[in-house]
Design a protein around this ligand. Structure first.
Ligand code: ZN
Length: 144
């Protein structure tokens, strides 16, 4: 995982499980970015935007979103955009039931291709579940 230079990140969302967690570190902003993309993804999915589009170019999307929604939108540095996209795909593939632990798992592509064929409502549910699982994973006390 890359290290972010923004250590005390807080977004606009008062109940953000990442930004309100007691343990915050250099990764908080990147994690908040993933959660924000999952959240936005639900709206996009219900707008019939294809899943591959939702899961790609998240960095650029957040950057544009900040332009309209302001400073509380997490925008990782451009060198972290590829990481962000890979991580987002992993989180969604895991929500779809894949037991992957690495963003390099070759099965992620297949799982996401299958997920992209789901009806819109199921895609929204999938992104919902992904956000829930991701927040849970992050806010749990970390094992040493
Ligand atoms: Zn946040």
């Amino acid at each position: 995982m890359p290290r972010s230079t923004v250590s005390a990140w807080t977004c606009n969302y008062d109940a953000c499980p990442i930004c309100t967690a007691p343990e915050r570190d250099g990764m908080s902003m990147l994690r908040c970015a993933i959660l924000t993309l999952l959240d936005q993804g639900r709206w996009m999915a219900s707008d019939d935007i294809p899943l591959p589009d939702i899961l790609s170019a998240g960095g650029g999307y957040l950057n544009r979103l900040r332009g309209t929604a302001g400073e509380g939108i997490p925008v990782p540095a451009t060198e972290h955009w590829a990481w962000l996209e890979a991580e987002l795909r992993l989180v969604v593939a895991r929500a779809a039931g894949l037991d992957a632990v690495s963003t390099l798992d070759p099965r992620i592509d297949d799982v996401l291709t299958t997920a992209a064929r789901l009806p819109e409502r199921r895609q929204v549910d999938l992104l919902d579940l992904a956000a829930e699982q991701f927040a849970e994973l992050i806010t749990q006390p970390r094992a040493a």
